[in-house]
Design a protein around this ligand. Sequence first.
Ligand code: SF4
Ligand code: SF4
Length: 385
Amino acid sequence: MILSLEVKARVVLEREHFQQLLDVLRDKGYQVVGPTVRDHAIVYDTVTAVADLPIGYTDEQDGGSYRLKKRADEALFGYAVGPHSWKQFLHPPVIRLWQARREGRSLQLVPEHHEAPRLAFLAVRSCELHAIEIQDRVFLRAGYTDPTYQARRGNICIIALNCGQAGGTCFCTSMQTGPNVEAGFDLALTEVLEADHHAFVIAIGTELGAAIVRALPYQEASAHDLQVAAHIVANTAQHMGRSMDTTEIKDVLYRNLEHPRWNEVATRCLTCGNCTMVCPTCFCTTVEDVTDLAGERAERWRTWDSCYTMDFSYIYGGSIRSSTKARYRQWLTHKVASWMDQFGTSGCVGCGRCITWCPVGIDITEEVRAIRESDGASTRAAKEQ
Ligand code: SF4
Ligand code: SF4
């Protein structure tokens, strides 16, 4: 064991000591949230013991398809991302914004006090860290700060994970968001599974991370450990299930707003909004006011909404995106084009959730490819007119 630990140091924790990482996080006052198996999927929930993790599970993902399978080994994190993202903990699906109570002839407004739980996120992938960074730009922008998000965001510890395998719908390499974890973490793990050795190479990202590691029975990482860990991530990068050519993607989409492909995808899209619910960057909400029958009390609630609902774009007299074509086009062009104008980055991190969890298997990479492939022809035709 080495005696001094600094940010950027790399250490090794043997698998048999992994429970101690969970215990140290708990002792520091954190509720650990991480991957668990429920309803035939890997979802994020409270983790108190190693046995809560999806030991020996992997997933098979494709357009509209997700299956859990047993692996041949006892990997703790041998799967890709599931239907849950971390946004549910930072940007909750339902919150009450305020209450009003009648007091005689006046109304008393009662602001809501939102607790910010002290959470440790366990096994946050690189694409997910980028998604959190993207939501930071939305919710923490000066002048438009969301107090709920701000309080929760300031209270988390992030234990990131370098991906040991890519999912069937992953394309983070295309979006430059993974699979190697580079920033935004307290600790970053790489799970090393060899024939006779199961351990975690850990990179320390912050002073908090260093304090956590100091309480663990770690060893200094050798050159061999670092080489093996680097090879694991490089191998993952070589096996992405999907890809997307992002060259001038904004311009390609903007000049094809009337492309026939939008009509074609509209014949398949159910406007169910699944893609927006599972997307780790989608942030839209609506508010609803409710009152009791006696008129003594009213409440305002904020809930996640989706650009696929008719009500979402309802402006006096009707919805401005009444067709399926208009709503799908809004979602896709916002995600990978106008998001750049708005926030300075793409709104897509290539996690693949919208592909896997679309009930009819609509694939954002295929839709962009179809438009790009005929872009040259449509641009030439436009010039000739
Ligand atoms: S693209 Fe798929 S998931 Fe998204 S609204 Fe259409 S049918 Fe639903
Ligand atoms: S648009 Fe799809 S692939 Fe991109 S971040 Fe959202 S869910 Fe993931």
